[in-house]
Design a protein around this ligand. Structure first.
Ligand code: NAG
Ligand code: NAG
Ligand code: NAG
Ligand code: NAG
Ligand code: NAG
Ligand code: NAG
Ligand code: NAG
Ligand code: NAG
Ligand code: NAG
Length: 508
């Protein structure tokens, strides 16, 4: 950065009671610079008008939390005091005001030599340490001890900031802790809110409650609405305002939607928001794909996009056996995981037969094969296909440029089942972040949701138990399957299948 931080260095002596002198070094920026904190609302301590930079400095010294300040030497003569540093919590930038300068208090280990010692020494008078109930000098509020630098550093005021479990790095006054996935946030991020369960009255349903929900998809018009395939009752359910405390829940497609037409194990689905809300459904037990126009079943009636016959095993290219997941790209092509044929099928619009683009009808674990694929995710923009290769306990990625059959690379999981952080166990649903490229994997048999950052060699548990244990309280899951995340990536919905409930989690 092209600014001269050491143009003027003065040593400032602050006189506190009993004549104790606490020494700290102030560094001044050149004129025309200002401090920009990463979170102004939480880091700005006060903004006052004073006559000189010296008065601004005095004001900073009187506020134990102040580490940095902006001063306009002419004009408004505004003095802004901040908690902050120039490495992690903000930066010094060119100011629109040419008379603006920044004063930075230099923090050095020598200010902390009394840390951990009895308060009968000098920490009582120090601005940088405080005496705790056991009369030991400790880090004051908003700071934590970092043994690698032997200083108390400012806690991180940002939701989602990376943290280390062994240090007290997150702002406690904001109720942030270093969560199990090494980011600062409230513990409530680990708690799921139940949107619907076995006791929920579903408008238009002949029975009460959800029964083994599988797929979940989301659309946002006024608030967030979900569509859920409930495999046990074999109906499709609509949840309005799933992001609010009061949502309304009704049947979208009943089990029997026309004479002689009955859903049988409805699994995953795809809602094509860009193509007038066409809903493509894996009617898995009937081995077929059904399309509901405008998310309804009356008029026009649903189209059978791929014909099936229940209970028939076939490798024919115009058939499926236990279709599990379906996605559509921005050209209207369908991608379907054909579970019992261990393959991914591609259907172009209006085709009468599919193309086997991954797998060869035989379960296997080489780069061309799959073993019981379930979830899939199509990134139309980058022409990439993600597949959860369930019984190979891995996530495969395919580049769709070029012609099939495609070879996959493993981007998550080791190929063998386990609950270590680099492993998966029977993964099902998958979702890929458009912001970061991170994978969100429903690690079903581990009863947890794993986030794998792009290129990561291991995942972190963002919901459910990190060790893979099942449970039914707010922090646990039991054989989760489907996943949907809202557009701004702040909320995640999970079908917690064996608990027969839909859980909502906040995301950071
Ligand atoms: C800044 O802090 C406020 C107060 O805690 C918080 O509400 C806000 O989300 C923070 N902003 C960011 C970007 O983290
Ligand atoms: C309930 O959902 C329906 C759509 O399914 C909507 O028209 C209605 O306004 C909703 N009612 C409330 C109270 O949100
Ligand atoms: C598919 O068929 C529909 C209805 O016949 C037609 O409107 C559409 O243009 C066709 N799409 C393609 C890509 O051929
Ligand atoms: C499905 O079967 C119906 C009736 O046998 C037939 O009219 C239709 O063309 C078939 N659709 C496909 C995609 O094969
Ligand atoms: C599928 O591929 C594997 C390995 O590439 C091969 O061993 C197997 O014979 C193939 N199966 C069929 C049905 O082609
Ligand atoms: C996919 O393959 C093409 C052709 O080899 C290449 O240009 C492209 O960068 C690849 N895409 C990704 C995301 O790796
Ligand atoms: C595939 O499975 C065989 C055993 O069936 C195992 O020896 C091999 O390591 C596996 N390969 C991968 C890539 O997981
Ligand atoms: C998100 O999607 C947009 C287009 O839809 C694309 O330009 C962008 O690269 C995507 N970001 C990631 C990280 O995939
Ligand atoms: C849920 O159950 C687990 C395991 O029994 C327990 O560790 C955890 O604290 C519980 N969480 C809540 C919110 O009760």
């Amino acid at each position: 950065m092209n600014w001269n931080i050491s143009c003027l260095v003065i040593v400032f002596f602050l006189n506190i009671c009993n004549g104790y002198i606490s020494q700290s070094l102030i560094r001044w920026s050149s004129y025309g610079y200002e401090y920009l904190p990463i979170n102004q609302s939480i880091q700005l301590l006060s903004s006052i008008t004073v006559k000189s930079s010296r008065e601004c400095l005095d004001a900073c010294h009187k506020n134990n939390l102040c580490r940095i300040f902006n001063y306009e030497t002419t004009g408004h003569q505004q003095c802004q005091l901040f908690e902050g540093d120039t490495k992690r919590l903000g930066s010094i930038i060119l100011s629109a005001v040419s008379s603006s300068i920044v004063g930075i208090i230099e923090i050095t280990p020598s200010l902390y030599i009394q840390y951990g010692q009895s308060c009968s020494s000098t920490c009582i008078e120090s601005r940088y340490l405080e005496c705790n109930v056991n009369s030991i000098c400790e880090c004051p509020e908003h700071t934590y001890w970092d043994p690698s630098v032997m200083m108390c550093l400012l806690q991180l005021p940002l939701l989602g900031a990376s943290c280390d479990h062994n240090l007290n790095m997150c702002r406690e006054d904001l109720n942030y802790v270093c969560l199990q996935f090494n980011q600062c946030g409230p513990l409530s991020l680990l708690y799921g809110v139940t949107i619907a369960d076995i006791n929920t009255i579903i408008d238009g349903s002949p029975t009460v409650g959800m029964d083994y929900p599988m797929g979940v998809t989301i659309y946002e018009t006024d608030g967030e609405s979900l569509i859920i395939t409930d495999s046990g009752t074999a109906q499709i359910v609509h949840v309005n305002n799933a992001d609010k405390s009061k949502s309304n829940i009704s049947v979208l497609v009943p089990n029997s939607w026309a004479s002689g037409e009955t859903l049988f194990y409805p699994y995953e689905m795809f809602l094509d928001i860009d193509d007038s809300y066409k809903l493509y459904l894996c009617d898995s037990g009937n081995n077929r794909i059904v399309m509901f126009s405008s998310m309804q079943y009356v008029s026009p009636p649903p189209t059978i996009v791929i014909n099936g016959s229940a209970g028939v095993y076939t490798q024919d290219l115009d058939k499926l056996v236990g279709p599990y997941g379906v996605k559509r790209d921005n050209r209207g092509n369908l991608y379907i995981t054909d579970f019992y044929n261990h393959r991914v099928m591609f259907w172009s619009p209006n085709a009468t037969s599919g193309v086997m683009i991954v797998g060869n009808n035989t379960a296997g674990n080489d780069s061309t094969q799959l073993n019981s694929p379930t979830g899939l995710f199509v990134d139309s923009y980058n022409s990439m296909l993600y597949v959860t290769d369930t019984w190979n306990h891995r996530i495969q990625l395919y580049n769709l440029t070029g012609s099939p059959p495609y070879k996959g690379i493993t981007i998550a999981g080791t190929g063998s089942a386990g609950s270590d952080e680099n492993q998966l166990n029977g993964p099902c649903g998958i979702w890929v972040s458009n912001k970061t490229g991170a994978l969100y994997v429903v690690d079903s048999s581990n009863n947890r949701i794993q986030r794998w950052d792009k290129g990561a060699k291991a995942g972190v548990t963002i919901a459910g138990n990190p060790n893979g244990n099942a449970g039914s309280n707010a922090t646990m899951l039991n054989i989760p399957n489907g996943i949907a995340i809202n557009t701004d990536e702040t909320r995640m919905y999970i079908t917690d299948s064996l608990n027969s409930r839909i859980q909502r989690f906040d995301l950071i």
